[in-house]
Design a protein around this ligand. Structure first.
Ligand code: ADP
Ligand code: AMP
Length: 213
């Protein structure tokens, strides 16, 4: 299964990615997670990416595209993958197309999770993540059993530095101008499945499974 998860910040891509990984056993490739790992490890890439991420801007294509191509060439992607947060603009989508064509790889589905913009700020600002295992929670919509403790691995939960109202609003605007045009791009290719993301987390996953069946 070769899948792209598309949708605005806070739509539920990471949350559904965890379900998809479990069901279809494909590697989860999140460019945001890769950048956050590099920031944590203090790499050169992390230092460069951090400036853009803190302001809610896209990290430049020259730092992002090669990274994804090299990740996709790893052995665990031979039988499938799930991209989350990439591509995020037309340049990246065309880059990915070239990579896939050159390597004779087809895309099965682009899962487009749709959520109204006015719900996204509350979703992102209430998000809590586990830096240890990557699990995602929400203080109101998907709370951990014990406040600020990860249900999966027991580590403390944290808030992403870019999950504040000002940065989230900017990220939504970046989504609308840079990323949303990809809905059209993949609709024209006939590979898109539009999923209503304003439903219970389990129901969203049911709809995704139906789209992938
Ligand atoms: P994305 O990866 O698209 O930015 P996340 O999966 O991290 O989004 O979800 C953003 C926040 O919204 C998280 O705190 C998550 O727990 C919560 N969330 C995800 N899906 C839903 C849903 N269907 N209903 C309510 N809250 C949700
Ligand atoms: P995410 O984890 O997908 O919410 O991404 C968090 C931040 O990482 C974004 O606001 C961008 O600054 C950066 N980022 C993630 N993926 C990309 C990408 N494909 N292109 C450019 N920047 C990205």
């Amino acid at each position: 299964m070769r899948i792209i998860l598309l949708g605005p910040p806070g739509a539920g891509k990471g949350t559904q990615a965890a379900n998809i990984v479990e069901e279809y056993n494909v590697p989860h490739i999140s460019t945001g997670d890769i950048f956050r790992k590099n920031i944590k490890e203090g790499t050169e890439l992390g230092k460069k990416a951090q400036e853009y991420m803190n302001e809610g801007k896209l990290v430049p294509d020259e730092l992002t595209c090669g990274l994804v191509a090299s990740r996709l060439s790893e052995d665990d992607c031979k039988n499938g993958f799930m991209l989350d947060g990439f591509p995020r603009n037309t340049f990246q989508a065309e880059y990915l197309d070239r990579y896939l064509t050159e390597n004779n790889i087809g895309l099965d589905k682009v899962i487009n999770i749709e959520v109204d913009s006015n719900l996204l700020v509350e979703r992102a600002c209430g998000r809590r993540i586990c830096k240890n295992c990557g699990a995602t929670f929400h203080v109101k919509f998907n709370p951990s059993k014990v406040e600020d403790v990860c249900d999966v691995c027991g580590h403390n939960l944290t808030q992403r530095p870019d999950d504040n109202e000002e940065t989230v609003s900017h990220r939504i605007n970046v989504y609308l101008s840079e990323t949303k045009p990809l809905v059209d791009y993949y609709t024209k290719k006939g590979v898109i499945a539009n999923i209503d993301g304003d439903q219970d987390i389990n129901k969203v996953f049911e709809d995704i499974k139906a789209a992938l069946a």
